[in-house]
Design a binder for this molecule. Structure first.
Ligand SMILES: Cc1cc2nc3c(=O)[nH]c(=O)nc-3n(C[C@H](O)[C@H](O)[C@H](O)COP(=O)(O)O)c2cc1C
Length: 194
């Protein structure tokens, strides 16, 4: 299950979705209302509200995506009885962090995250905010204690990125590695001779 929420960095969500499609038969996707606005602002993409129009965005891979409305609490990932491997929220806003941390399962994003925590499934939060206030830090600590992986959308520079896409790929590949996926977007770090 992938959720794109209303933090800056919607490109992370889109690139991550593209990158993992070849690894899964089925991917649930939900995009918060605020994220739709930000995807439009940042990427000039009108995110479709349902599967219609996904093909333009994802090509052939769209057949493996099931797009779910963000307020649909009857959707499969809202129930622990439905098996799915886990959830990646990418990018993850501090608003979503706060709601998950306090157990406010009032939409599909927060309910599916709640399900992942209670069922001990992987929950990876690719957070984007700076600076972080004490409320953010406490919420993130709560979530880390509850079993979530907190993965800041913070590209590294040791791999000498040349383009924005290189920097995005860094965050995407680190997220893929948390799912145990083999990534081929970027070479792994190799020590040079000293
Ligand atoms: C252009 C824009 C950029 C934003 N960037 C961030 C961000 O990077 N991180 C964040 O936590 N909130 C950010 N926000 C605020 C969230 O969108 C806002 O808190 C929203 O309620 C989050 O909703 P959601 O978590 O349901 O998607 C941004 C808002 C706008 C309009």
């Amino acid at each position: 299950m992938i959720a794109i929420t209303g933090a800056s960095g919607s490109v992370y969500g889109i690139r991550f979705l593209e990158a993992i499609l070849e690894h899964y038969d089925k991917v649930y996707l939900t995009v918060s209302e605020n994220a739709v606005l930000i995807v439009r602002n940042e990427l000039g993409i009108e995110f479709p509200a349902d599967n219609t129009g996904l093909e333009a965005l994802l090509g052939e891979g769209c057949r493996r995506v099931e797009m779910l409305p963000p307020h649909d609490l009857t959707a499969p990932p809202a129930s622990g009885s439905v098996w799915y491997e886990g959830m990646v929220v990418i990018p993850c806003s501090m608003g979503t962090v706060g709601r998950i941390a306090s157990g406010v399962s009032n939409d599909l994003v927060t309910r599916a995250a709640d399900v992942c925590l209670k069922e001990h499934r992987r929950l990876i939060l690719v957070i984007r905010e700076t600076p972080l206030n004490l409320v953010h830090l406490r919420n993130l600590t709560t979530l880390a204690e509850a079993g979530a992986v907190i993965l800041p959308a913070a590209p590294a520079f040791y791999n000498s990125p040349k383009t924005m896409e290189d920097m995005v790929a860094f965050v995407v590949t680190r997220t893929m590695q948390q799912l145990g996926l083999v990534q081929t977007l970027l070479p792994e770090w190799e020590r040079t001779s000293t």
